[in-house]
Design a protein around this ligand. Structure first.
Ligand SMILES: [Zn+2]
Length: 325
C-alpha cells in the first residue's frame, strides 16, 4: 500500500432528519430536527471561513419537495421493501406522504441546495434513499439495489452523480450491490485501536490514548476492489458525556490531539457526525469546530495535511493502486 506523505483529513456528515429516528420503535419526535437547517448553515459558514470541504451523506428522500401515494397504497412502490423481523409494518408506513412546508423534517431539497451553494466545494454523498439498514439480514440485495436506484435517480435529476456512501446505522452490507450501483467509497465503523489487547491492559491503554493518542493506532483508507473503505476515526459529538465533562475548549483540544496525531503519523483523521449531534449542543459544537478547522487550516497551509472529500480519497487511492505500465 502506498503510504501518503501527508495526513488526510476527511469529514463526513449524516443528514437524515426524521428518517434516522423513525424506525427506532418509539413514538417519533421530530423536535431534535427542527434546528437542522440552522446547524447546516452554520457548519457551511465555518467551512467557508476556513476553506474546508466535507462529504454530506444525505438521505435520498430529503431530495424530494413532496411525495404522493395512490389511494390505499404505500408511497415509493418501485422500492422493494426490506423484511425485518423487528418491523412488521411497511418501511414507508411512517412516510407522511406530504411536502416540505407541512413536514419539514421529512423533505429537504433546500438543504441540498444550501450545501451545493457553499463557495468552498462540498461533496453530496448518499445515506441511502430511505435509511434502510443494509447489514441486517432482512435487507436483501434487491431491497438495497432498488433503494440505491431511487437515491441515484433523484440526485441525477439535480445533475449530481453520487459516489460516496455512508451506511445507515453504520450497518455494512451488500458491498457488491453498492459497487454495481456506481459508488466508489463507503465509510466503515471505527476500527479497534488496540487489537489483541484485553483486560486491564486495554483499559489502561485506552485511558492513556485518550490523553495522548498513541502512535501505533493509525488508520488509512483501504482499497477493496472498485470501492475504497474509508474508516471513521472520530465521532464529533458535542453532547457526549466526555464533551460535557471536559468543557468546550478542553474537549476541542482532545479533538485536535487526534488531528495532530494523524499529522504526526501521516495517517487518516476521519471526523464524522450527524447534523443533529450539533443541534443537541450548538454553541459548544461551533466553538470547538471553529478551533478544529483553524488548526487544520494551519497544518494544511504548512503542507502537512490534506483535506479531501470521500470521493477524492477514492480517486486518489485507486490511482495509487492502478497497475503500472
Ligand atoms: Zn415519501
Amino acid at each position: 500500500m502506498t503510504v501518503p506523505r501527508t495526513a488526510t483529513f476527511v469529514i463526513s456528515i449524516d443528514v437524515e432528519m426524521s428518517w434516522g429516528a423513525v424506525h427506532h420503535g418509539r413514538p417519533h419526535d421530530a423536535s431534535p430536527y427542527r434546528l437542522e437547517r440552522e446547524v447546516v448553515a452554520r457548519t457551511l459558514a465555518l467551512m467557508e471561513r476556513h476553506g474546508i470541504s466535507a462529504t454530506w451523506a444525505v438521505v435520498g428522500h430529503l431530495f424530494l419537495a413532496e411525495c404522493t401515494a395512490a389511494a390505499g397504497s404505500h408511497p415509493h412502490p418501485e422500492i422493494v421493501r426490506p423484511e425485518y423481523p423487528w418491523l412488521p409494518d411497511d418501511w414507508y408506513d411512517l412516510d407522511p406522504v406530504s411536502n416540505a412546508a407541512a413536514a419539514p423534517t421529512w423533505y429537504g431539497p433546500d438543504l441540498v441546495d444550501a450545501i451545493r451553494a457553499c463557495p468552498v466545494p462540498q461533496e453530496i454523498g448518499s445515506h441511502s434513499f430511505g435509511h434502510v439498514i443494509a447489514g441486517d439480514p432482512g435487507c436483501g440485495p434487491e431491497a438495497f439495489r432498488t433503494d440505491l436506484a431511487a437515491a441515484r435517480a433523484l440526485a441525477e435529476a439535480e445533475g449530481l452523480a453520487l459516489r460516496s456512501f455512508v451506511y445507515p446505522r453504520n450497518s455494512i452490507g451488500h458491498l457488491d450491490v453498492l459497487a454495481a450501483a456506481g459508488f466508489t467509497s463507503y465509510r466503515s465503523p471505527t476500527p479497534d485501536r488496540f487489537p489483541g489487547i484485553t483486560g486491564w491492559r486495554r483499559r489502561a491503554t485506552t485511558l492513556v490514548d485518550t490523553v495522548r493518542p498513541l502512535a501505533t493506532a493509525t488508520f488509512q483508507p483501504v482499497v477493496r476492489g472498485t470501492l475504497v473503505d474509508i474508516p471513521q476515526t472520530y465521532l464529533f459529538d458535542p453532547d457526549s458525556k466526555r464533551a460535557r465533562r471536559l468543557g468546550t475548549m478542553a474537549w476541542s483540544l482532545a479533538v485536535r490531539r487526534r488531528l495532530r496525531h494523524a499529522v504526526r503519523t501521516s495517517s487518516l483523521f476521519h471526523m464524522w457526525f450527524h447534523s443533529h449531534n450539533l443541534a443537541a449542543a450548538p454553541e459548544r459544537a461551533f466553538r470547538a469546530m471553529d478551533a478544529v478547522f483553524a488548526e487544520a487550516r494551519r497544518h494544511m497551509d504548512a503542507g502537512r495535511l490534506e483535506n479531501l472529500t470521500m470521493g477524492a480519497v477514492a480517486e486518489r487511492w485507486q490511482e495509487s493502486h492502478a497497475p503500472r505500465g
